[in-house]
Design a protein around this ligand. Structure first.
Ligand code: ATP
Ligand code: LTN
Length: 325
């Protein structure tokens, strides 16, 4: 299968990004044709510092590599290096109803979050995402829960294009992890963990052991003191149990048993150790990659050239079907 996914280079990636998206990518690259993108054109739809963008792109690439994406198996590249993304987005905008875009949850949330930055790019964001996906004739898109709606829209756009101009695109499907598709914020377990939120609310993949310890110990918990999985009554503890379970491969019931009769404090201490140990290889590999910018840039250049070959072929077909060639 052809797989495509991407992450915005908007700052330090967190365990939500890893458990919701990247962990699935690693498993998929073994037996699929995978294309993984650093979507810088999406990152500029919310406030950002141009001086930081290149650094964030290299950092996000380092996360992909440190997490285990193999550049010999998968294509890794930066979205703006392949101009066809912007071209296809424009063409697809002409068949996307405004109403569909206005309904998108991420658009509504981001426009609430940045009231003085509601630009047309933010509104058209899902069409650029559809272009990313369709350009590679993608069949499956591994993402977290919050992106499901956007992938659904990409399906709608693909269907509409095929009906109007003739068959070009497969209809892509999202692939969500069974557990971990929505890791919640440590400071407000009713909200999703998000990298543009307060740093205390998320565990970054490269956080120091001290920071991880502090963040977990001060994570919002619920009334009572038993360590029990119950999302409605105990959203904070349930979120921490989910993280514990995903990082150890143990069931939540098994973990509940271990902490029966013990309080939140003991559980949080144990979780901090699990997270610190799990992320140790990430910190190590990232340190190593920090000194190898040339190697990382070379991977991105090669990735862009492989991506371009696929993108150009699709665009020739699209231009012909639409009467532009
Ligand atoms: P931002 O705060 O800049 O919007 P984000 O933290 O929401 O960033 P994205 O770059 O939008 O992260 O998402 C990258 C990938 O990680 C997507 O597939 C998304 O669904 C997934 N993801 C993001 N947050 C979570 C989360 N809390 N739990 C599970 N998956 C997540
Ligand atoms: N909108 C996504 C990032 C993204 C993406 C994509 C994900 C851009 N293009 C294509 C999957 C496929 C987000 O996580 N905010």
């Amino acid at each position: 299968m052809r797989i495509f996914s991407g992450i915005r280079p908007t700052g330090g990636l967190h365990i939500g990004n890893y458990l919701g998206a990247i962990k699935q990518w690693i498993a998929m690259q073994e037996s699929n044709e995978c294309v993984f993108c650093i979507v810088d054109l999406h990152a500029i739809t919310t406030p950002y510092d141009p001086k930081e963008l290149q650094k964030n792109i290299l950092e996000t690439t380092a996360v992909y590599l440190a997490a285990g994406i193999n550049p010999d198996k998968s294509v890794i590249f930066v979205q703006s290096a392949v101009k066809e993304h912007a071209e296809l987005a424009w063409l697809l905008e002409t068949i996307t109803p405004m109403g569909e875009l206005g309904r998108m949850t991420q658009y509504k949330e981001k426009s609430k979050q940045h009231k003085d930055y509601i630009n047309a790019g933010l509104f058209a964001y899902p069409v650029l995402m559809a272009a990313d996906i369709l350009l590679y004739k993608t069949q499956a898109v591994p993402v977290g829960k919050d992106q499901e709606q956007h992938v659904e829209l990409a399906r709608t756009i693909a269907k509409k294009f095929n009906q109007k101009f003739g068959q070009v695109f497969p209809e892509p499907e999202s692939i969500l992890p069974k557990v971990g598709a929505k890791i919640m914020s440590l400071t407000d377990p009713k909200k999703k963990m998000s990298k543009s939120d307060d740093p205390k609310s998320c565990i970054s993949l490269f956080d120091s052991p001290e920071d991880i310890q502090k963040k977990i110990m001060s994570a919002e918990t619920d009334s009572g003191k038993e360590v029990i999985y119950n999302v409605t009554k105990k959203p904070g503890i349930s979120n921490l149990l989910t993280i514990y379970s995903l990082l150890t491969g143990r069931t939540t019931q098994d973990i509940e048993k271990e902490f029966k009769g013990k309080g939140y404090g003991d559980f949080k201490k144990a979780l901090a150790k699990v997270v610190i140990d799990y992320l140790e290889p990430f910190r190590r590999k990232q340190k190593e990659l920090q000194t190898r910018d040339v190697y990382v840039k070379d991977i991105l250049d090669k990735g862009a050239s492989r991506a371009k070959t696929i993108a150009e072929t699709t665009m020739q077909e699209v231009r012909q079907k639409m009467g532009l060639a």
